[in-house]
Design a binder for this molecule. Sequence first.
Ligand SMILES: Cc1cc2nc3c(=O)[nH]c(=O)nc-3n(C[C@H](O)[C@H](O)[C@H](O)COP(=O)(O)O)c2cc1C
Length: 171
Amino acid sequence: MTVMEAIRHRFSVRKFKDFEIEEEKLERVLEGARLAPSARNLQEWRFVVVQDPHMRRALSEAANGQAFVAEAPAVIVACAITTEHVMSCGLHCFPLDVSIAMAYMTLVAVEEELGTCWIGAFNAERVKDLLGIPDEVIVVGLLPIGYPDAEPPRKKRLSLDEIVMRERWQA
Ligand SMILES: Cc1cc2nc3c(=O)[nH]c(=O)nc-3n(C[C@H](O)[C@H](O)[C@H](O)COP(=O)(O)O)c2cc1C
């Protein structure tokens, strides 16, 4: 599978088959995150892989009650261990670095015939309490992962003409 094929095939999976994920597949997905780029190669990402069904249910409650989070056989909780680095462009490194790693995982997942859904709607304090995540660590996102039990919908995206400008900003 090419990278572009993985990008085209990826969609937010909100219904999962009741199968476990093979450990080798899960490790390949996590390896995708490990190899991602980060500002100054900080690699400030850390990942908690949650497979316990009770904890998955608690996480789904913390994710504003999004029930499918508990239905995935695993939930990867993506965190940043430091927030102190700021690039000269003014942006913090951590949300970018952790998000790139998460995006890589979503694509490796497709190659492994798995599906994911990025979860940004969650109560971060609740997730931290549940998983014993220290105060100084930030939870950036949750990634339920499993075998999809859904067909890819047609992608709704703006056209290139609507999002790309050449040479300078065009009003
Ligand atoms: C940062 C971020 C946060 C998101 N949070 C949620 C979420 O909490 N729940 C959910 O069902 N989908 C969530 N999504 C999925 C988006 O709704 C989805 O990616 C978008 O509608 C495009 O659809 P597609 O992923 O199927 O291409 C999130 C996506 C991103 C990138």
